[in-house]
Design a protein around this ligand. Sequence first.
Ligand code: NCD
Length: 358
Amino acid sequence: MQTNQAFQKVQPLIAPGPELPRHIVSASQFTPELLKHVFNLAKEIEEFWAVCHGRLLSSEKELYDYKEEFLERHGVRGRKMFIVFYEASTRTRASFAAAWDFLGGQIPFYTENAKVFSSAAKGETLEDTIRVLASYGPDVIVLRHDENGAAKRASSAISCYDVSIISAGDGSDEHPTQALLDLYTIHHYIRNVEGISIAFMGDVARSRTIRSLAMMLAKYPGVRMYFCAPKITAMDDDLRIKLRAANVEFYEQENNWESLISDKVVNVLYQTRLQEERFKDASQKEEAMRLQPRYTITPEIGRLMNEKRVLLMHPLPRVNEIHLACDLFETSIYFSQAQLGLFVRMALLSAMLRNRRK
Ligand code: NCD
């Protein structure tokens, strides 16, 4: 059969790596193999960033050539991202936008308050909104929503389009890319994730960041988890069931969590704020707020963590659950954690689009 040469031309696939899922809606989609791939790329991007921002190359021409070569391999030129946020955000929204921009992509549609500024205000369903947006040709839609399961619903609504949904957090359920950056941070500081012990503290019930990171860590052998919270913000049964199913060794600790630091039981303490906006019952919220000071990182605890070399992480925003004086300690790594998120989001975006034809 005669074939037209022009139609035989296919775009070469660059540097094979494990295939990333089309949509990112849950931390449990990431295997250690996929994580390794994304983290290796993030490391490369970190170096690229340092060269570009540190003026490490001697001439403008050298820098230009270096950037061109890098973006040829890892960039997303000509690709489009839509950013659709129904809930407040600073870091996630800004880092996705900055990551995409740094890789050379475009952001033709951006709504930071979709509840007010999209047709949701007129009663349109999420599915209808996303279906229409997908038909306008983006490669990626980054979606944050206040309802659990929203990202999965959005991805099912656009199965006929060549568009990826990336969850930027849905309700109290999941925040997969935050887990990615949290794990990258642990990897960055501790190297080997296998066998680490981590304490999760604060609003364990409503923190999607805790749920996603716990599920991601559950993929590694020997990881021990301690969930430190009063009963009112203790973990939900569904996370308990998931962790048991994954054979994770975990403990729930209401009191005396300080001993996890003084006895150096944990390598990391992951603090979270009370998710005040997610309480349905005002009296429960009041009770949680009353108990919250018992789960605060004071300057004394921060100093102890520094002495014992226990890393203090937080997805941010911080309210009052870590005292400002703790920022000075070397083991308080939450701002570095936020910046590492930029590199890991670049790596994720680059890896997701790498093998996709335009
Ligand atoms: C978190 C979130 O939105 O779930 N923030 C973030 O994305 N870095 C944590 C929070 O809001 O408490």
